[in-house]
Design a protein around this ligand. Structure first.
Ligand SMILES: [Zn+2]
Length: 450
């Protein structure tokens, strides 16, 4: 296939364009270089033959770069690439071996913040489309690019963009912004993401901290908050809030088959974290099932009183806990917040204040969707083999895409699991960038054919 040969002989181009992207900092958390990077991405799309424009929602919202190529074939289907041009902050700078925005090349690796997440992934999509255009003068299917600038701060406005531009963004399938490649160089074809509900629970008992001798009279809010939190979950991880799991449906037979097939190196996983056993003594298949499909109630932080050096006999005036709940399909964040409120009230904890930071539903594409086999075939051809994953244990705004566009979403990409994304010395692997670009070329081809 001509486009694949084109990818092989144009890797230098891909690498230098990726370096250009890395050299433009675009840290959404600090609003650093966001406008500049959006303009750079637009220019790069145009250069590759992808008609592009910058879309806006208003002040204080990062612009979204939109790109489109229409196939000359009639009735062609439309494939969307969802990516992001923003990156995580590069701090701590002194832990980097090369400056984080240099795009330094060392052997098979390109170093820099965003080298993989997500500028590396984005460049594979752009170059795949370019390879088709350069060698055939056309694309096998219509393509659309939606490249946002707020992913690393939680994609706060992607849902609004999707609603506002629903017609413009209409498509038949979405290729997600990343895809993991495991330690044995097998790409993970990911079919879902969990949802997330992040809340803060707090209790203020007195207007200030007091001498702890007064604990005989003044109630300690830390004790009270511990009592409240203990009602949320049992020691096996099961959430005890009434109706929490009500709408959840069990895994299908198909799902279970895929989970059984997925590799999971329990020993090295435990070694990596220095843990001896898992929650509820899960092992093997049950551990894999939990990663793909269990809801969680996790204490992310608990603050009260004094936890510094030495002793301080203090009675805190306030206690605060941050909790993240991973949600599974059919759990609606708003409804779950309501259930949490009712639960605390019914247990006698109406004095607990609830602050909601973030709510996002889970999404999954069915393994039987025809889009899945096409992506899997393309991945097998390009990488030699691949692994189907029912759902990632993490969260992304996949539900917004699936819901607003009514299109299946699949993640596939070049993100080597040890590529230190979000950490110092993030890098992309040139061999994986090449394989992924070819894989995307093949996906476009297969997607067009039925
Ligand atoms: Zn990221």
């Amino acid at each position: 296939m001509k486009p694949l040969k084109h990818v092989d002989s144009n890797m230098n181009n891909l690498i230098s364009d990726l370096q250009t992207l890395i050299r433009q900092p675009s840290v959404s958390a600090k609003n650093e270089g966001i406008e500049e990077c959006a303009r750079l991405v637009k220019k790069m799309l145009n250069k590759s033959g992808i008609k592009s424009e910058i879309l806006r929602l208003g002040k204080g919202v990062a612009p979204l770069v939109y790109g489109e190529v229409k196939s000359k074939k009639n009735n062609s289907k439309t494939l969307m690439f969802y990516n992001h041009y923003d990156v995580q902050p590069a701090e701590p700078f002194d832990l980097w071996d090369y400056p984080p925005f240099s795009g330094k090349i060392k052997g098979n690796k390109i170093f820099g913040r965003g080298a993989t997440d997500d500028k590396g992934e984005l460049i594979t999509r752009i170059k795949a489309v370019e390879a088709h255009l350069k060698t055939t003068g056309d694309v096998p299917c219509n393509v659309k690019f939606v490249i946002e600038g707020e992913e690393e701060t939680g994609s706060a406005h992607i849902d609004q963009y999707l609603k506002k531009y629903k017609k413009k963004f209409a498509c038949d399938g979405v290729i997600w912004e990343f895809g993991y490649v495991d330690s044995k160089n097998r790409p993970i074809v990911g079919l879902g993401m969990k949802g997330l509900l992040f809340v803060e629970l707090s209790i203020r008992e007195s207007i200030r901290d007091a001498h702890s001798s007064l604990a005989v009279l003044i109630k300690n809010p830390a004790w009270r908050l511990i009592d409240a939190v203990k009602t949320l979950r049992d020691s096996d991880g099961k959430i005890l809030i009434k109706d929490w799991y009500r709408e959840v449906t069990p895994f299908s037979k198909e799902d279970l088959k895929l989970i059984a097939k997925e590799p999971f190196d329990e020993k090295s996983f435990k070694k990596e974290f220095g843990v001896k056993s898992f929650v509820s003594h899960k092992r093997g298949f049950d551990a894999k099932k939990a990663l793909a499909g269990d809801a969680t109630c996790n204490i992310a932080g608990f603050i009260s009183g004094y936890a510094g050096e030495g002793a301080k006999t203090v009675l805190p005036g306030e206690a605060l806990v941050k909790i993240d709940f991973r949600l599974v399909p059919k759990m609606k964040p708003k409804k779950q917040v309501q259930r949490l409120k009712e639960h605390l009230k019914s247990k006698g904890f109406s004095d607990v204040k609830i602050k909601v930071f973030h709510g996002e539903a889970a999404a999954r594409t069915k393994p039987s969707d025809p889009f899945v086999s096409k992506v899997k075939e393309a991945a097998d051809e390009s990488f030699g083999n691949s692994i189907l994953n029912v759902s990632n244990a993490g969260t992304g705004p996949m539900y917004s895409f699936a819901e607003n566009l009514g299109a299946p979403c699949i993640s596939i990409g070049s993100t080597y699991i040890f590529s230190r994304i979000h950490s110092p010395n993030e890098f992309a692997r040139v061999d994986l960038l090449k394989k992924t670009t070819k894989c995307i070329c093949l996906i476009m081809d297969k997607f067009a054919k039925g």
